[in-house]
Design a protein around this ligand. Structure first.
Ligand code: NAD
Ligand code: GLY
Length: 364
């Protein structure tokens, strides 16, 4: 069943290994050798579930394992937490030849990647994503970041991992709410690039929720393939990679405004995708039939289709103007023009955005 997908950029090539039970067998890490040390970054929950199996596998081949536990949750995706990792690395005498391992969801992956990119000006880095969201999106492509109180993912770097190890068995311990949040990013890929995949999702959501093995491996490999193609073409988001931010301009505004962690990232992106679709409708791109299909699929995945009830347009705009895609005060936004195709729309008017946010408040 194992799938291997290669990510190749101008300077980096690395595999994404996807399978079940990957912690029960020796991990294939050709860039590590006997006597090397690694630092595993994780949180309490994931430590208790998976740390022992992984450290045993590494110890068996002579690798020395240290670990650092960081607090769990989006509100801890900060520079303060990055510093906890640095302290652990320095205290345990980790040099430039060390390797950081992110064992956890997207929060752990983003923080650890950022620490790896700056510790002693850059050390090796392994992604072991344990949530659906991190398996289909955040562990691939090298975006690392922490939040600032004034804005989401404001401090970060592009820093590719040396390998991504996706153990699908981790999904069996994930809560249904977190699983749904991951589906928001899955649906995002299908709206952006692949109408057939969207239809497949419409027909297979129940099997995904039931963690059917074949369905999971198909879905997650499909997302990783789509993402690796984009990264190959545009690693540093000069152009096409920006498409992957569908729903994120509105979604990040929601997360930053209401307080990190109140809504899950995938939930904010779900509402953001609906508002982006309504924005596209205001410009006469996407038709109503497609919007209804998008809303229905998100609903089927138990995802929100509306932004927070009390969030007003001024609150959205405050964050939209800080968005990383906003350029010279001109708002750029990703718009689906039909299911399977999207564009980067540059310099959109405030009026269109206001109308879309207001229409979103009234949908059912
Ligand atoms: P998360 O990392 O907060 O994990 C969700 C929760 O699930 C946490 O409480 C975690 O402890 C728990 N958990 C993780 N794996 C588990 C498992 N197997 N079993 C039981 N519990 C488990 O959230 P997330 O949704 O994985 O990631 C969201 C983050 O990813 C956001 O900060 C977002 O900005 C970021 N992100 C980054 C990129 C990127 O390209 N770098 C892309 C998308 C999202
Ligand atoms: N999640 C968006 C990106 O990786 O570009």
């Amino acid at each position: 069943m194992r799938k291997t997908i290669l990510v190749s950029t101008k300077k980096h090539n690395y595999p994404i290994i996807i399978d079940f039970n990957l912690f029960d067998k020796p991990l294939s890490l050709p860039f590590l050798k006997k006597g090397d040390s690694v630092m595993i970054v994780t949180n309490k929950i994931i430590f208790s579930l998976y740390f022992k199996k992984i450290s045993n596998q590494l110890n068996n081949v002579g690798i020395k394992v240290n670990y650092v536990i960081i607090p769990d949750g989006e509100k801890y995706k900060t520079l303060i937490t990055v510093n906890i990792i640095f302290t652990a690395l320095i205290k345990n005498s980790h040099n430039r030849d060390t390797t950081l391992i992110a064992l956890g969801g997207g929060v752990i992956g983003d923080i650890t990647g950022f620490a790896a990119s700056s510790y002693q000006r850059g050390v090796k880095f392994i992604q072991i994503p344990t949530t659906l969201l991190s398996q289909v999106d955040s562990s691939v492509g090298g975006k690392t970041a922490v939040n600032h109180i004034l804005g989401k993912n404001m401090i970060g770097s592009f820093y590719q991992p040396n390998i991504v190890i996706i153990n699908l068995s981790c999904l069996y311990t994930l809560s249904k709410r977190e699983f749904s949040a991951g589906l928001a990013e899955v649906i995002k890929y299908s709206i952006l690039f692949d109408e057939k995949f969207f239809s497949w999702l419409e027909n297979n959501v129940n099997k995904l929720f039931n963690l059917d093995k074949k369905t999971l491996i198909y879905c997650i490999s499909k997302c990783c393939k789509l993402k690796s193609q984009i990264i190959h073409e545009d690693e540093f988001e000069k152009n096409k990679r920006a498409l992957l931010n569908l729903g994120h301009t509105y979604g990040h505004a929601i997360e930053s405004e209401i307080g990190y962690g109140k809504w899950l990232h995938g939930e904010a992106i779900s509402a953001g995708i609906v508002i982006a679709s309504l924005t596209s409708k205001k410009l006469n791109f996407i038709n109503n039939k497609d919007i209804i299909r998008i809303i229905n699929l998100l609903k089927k995945c138990n995802l929100p289709i509306k932004g927070p009830i009390n969030m007003n347009t001024e609150q959205y705009f405050k964050h939209i103007y800080r968005d990383k895609k906003t350029y010279k005060n001109k708002i750029h936004i990703i718009l689906p023009i039909k299911i399977g195709k999207a564009i980067i729309y540059k310099n959109i008017s405030e009026k269109i955005i206001t109308n879309a946010i207001n229409e979103n408040k009234n949908i059912i």
